[in-house]
Design a protein around this ligand. Sequence first.
Ligand code: GTP
Ligand code: MG
Length: 521
Amino acid sequence: MANSKYEYVKSFEVEDEVMPPNLIIVRIEAFNFDGFSDIHDFEKPNDEKALALMSSCAAAVLEEYPDIVFSYGFNDEYSFVFKRKTKFYQRRASKIMSLIVSFVSSVYATKWKEFFPHKEMKCPLSFLARVLCCASLEVLQAYLAWRQNECHIRNLHNTCLWMLIKSGKSAKEAVEVLQGTQKQEKNELLFQQFGINYRMLPEMFRQGSCIFMTQAEDVVKYNEHGVPVKRMRRKPMMIHDEHIAGRNFWNGQQYLLMELGAFENDIKKIKAEYVRSFLFENKLMPSTWIVIRIDGCHFHRFSEVHEFEKPNDQQALNLMNSCAVAVLEEFKDIVFSFGVSDEYSFVLNKDSKFYQRQASQIVSVIVSFFSSAYVMKWKDFFPFKELKYSPSFDGRAVCYPSTEILRDYLAWRQVDCHINNQYNTCFWMLVKSGKSKSEAQSYLKGTQAREKNELLIRQFNINYDTLPEMFRRGSSVFRMKGEDSMMPENGRLEEVKQKVIIDHSNIIEDSFWKEHPSILS
Ligand code: GTP
Ligand code: MG
C-alpha cells in the first residue's frame, strides 16, 4: 500500500531486543491492588478466591505462550520465566512484556465470574510489568530466592497486621506494634496472642505458588468400542515448595533442567548487586512527548471469530473508543489519543512525571487497563455476542522531541487510516459483488486514491466522502479543557473541564489544533 510523507516518524521507534544468553523474566504486579481489594471486599490478609483467580490467570499464560517454562507468584504478583533459547517475538522486551500483561488483565476480567459468581467486577484491574534479564542461571536463582523471601516477609507481616486489626486495634496502632519487629518476634506474637502457629498456615500463603508445564496423559476421545484414546498433553501444574531456588527442588524438575539448566549450588545470601539490577528501570527522555501505541494481537482472527462487519464494524470501533475514554479518565497525564482499527495511540504530556517516565511501567499499566476495560465493556456493545476468548494487545512507548514531530506522528496514523479504509472499502465491495479475494486484490493493485473513489461511485454508487467520519478519519479522544467548554448552569466548571470526548476531525490540518489549543500546550 502507498506510503505517506509522514512515515519518517517510524525512525523514532527504538529496538529493545534482549540479547542471548540473557534469560528473560517478565514480572507483573497489580496496579493499586489495595484499592481494588477494598472495593471488592477481599478477605485480609489473603483471599483464597482472589489468589486462585490470579493462579488461574498465570496458568492461562503458560498455556497461551509455550516459551514460558516456569512461573512463580504470590498475592497479586507473578514472574514468568522464558526458556533459554526463546525466539518469541524476536525477544523484543516491550512486545513480550505488554502481551503478557495485557493477556493477564483480559483473562482476569474474563474469569472473574467463575471465581466470584455473586460479585460484580466493579472496575478494570491493570498490572505493572517489567522485563528482567538474567545473565546467568545463578542470577535467575538469586531472583527466585529474592521473590520467595519477599513473599515470606510480606505474608508474615500481613498476617500479624490483620490479626491485630481484627482483634480491635486501629491500622495505625497495628503498624506501630509491628514496627521494627523481627521474624521471630512476629512468630511469637501470632502464637502467644492468637494461638496461631505460623508454620501451620496454608503453604500457598507462606511459600507462594509455582506453576509450570508438565506432560500428562489425557483422554481425547473414545473409539467405536468405547476404549479411551489417550494422548500426551501439556498441562499446567501448580506446586508449593519452601525453597524454590534450592537445588533440591529445581534440579528435581526434568523440564526445567532441559529448558533452563541445573542450579549448581544453594544460595547462602542474595547478592545486593543482583537485587539492584532487578530494580533497575529505563527512563524515557525528559521533555519529549511520550506516545504509547497499543495494537490488538492477531485481530484479523479475533474479528473473524467474532464476525465483525467488514471492513468496519461500528460497534467494535465504538468499544475501542469507549476503552480509550476510560483510559483518559483514569490517567490524567494522557492529553490526547487517536485510534483506528485495532490500535490506539495515547499521548502523554511532554513534562509528564508519570511513573518517573519508566517505559515499561507506563506501557504495561495503560495496555492492561485498556484490555481489562475491553473485556468488561464487551457486553455493553455486543449484548448478543459471546466473547469467545480473551483478546490481548501489545504496546510500545516512543518519544517524539517536538510538537511538530508529534503532529507528524498523529498525521501518519490518520493518513494510514484513510489509505487502509479506502482500500478495504473497495476490496470488500468488490468481494461482496461476486469477485474472489485474489481477483479483488489484483483489480486494485497500483490504483491511486482518485481511481478508487471513481470505482466506488461508478460501480457501487458510493460517494466515499459521505461514509462515516469514524471509518475515514479514525477517532480522537481528548479532554475538553476550560476554554473549550461552557460554564454549566450549576456552575461546577471542574466537571466540565474533565469531560472526555470522542471526535472524528481531521487532525492533520492546523485548524483542529487551533480550535483546541490547550491539548498540546
Ligand atoms: P498483529 O497486530 O500483527 O498481531 O496482527 P493483526 O491480525 O491484529 O493485524 P493488524 O493489526 O495489522 O490489523 C488489524 C486487523 O484487525 C485488520 O487487518 C482486520 O482484519 C481486523 N479488524 C480491525 N478492525 C476491524 C473491523 O472493524 N472489522 C473487521 N472485519 N475487521 C477488523
Ligand atoms: Mg493488530
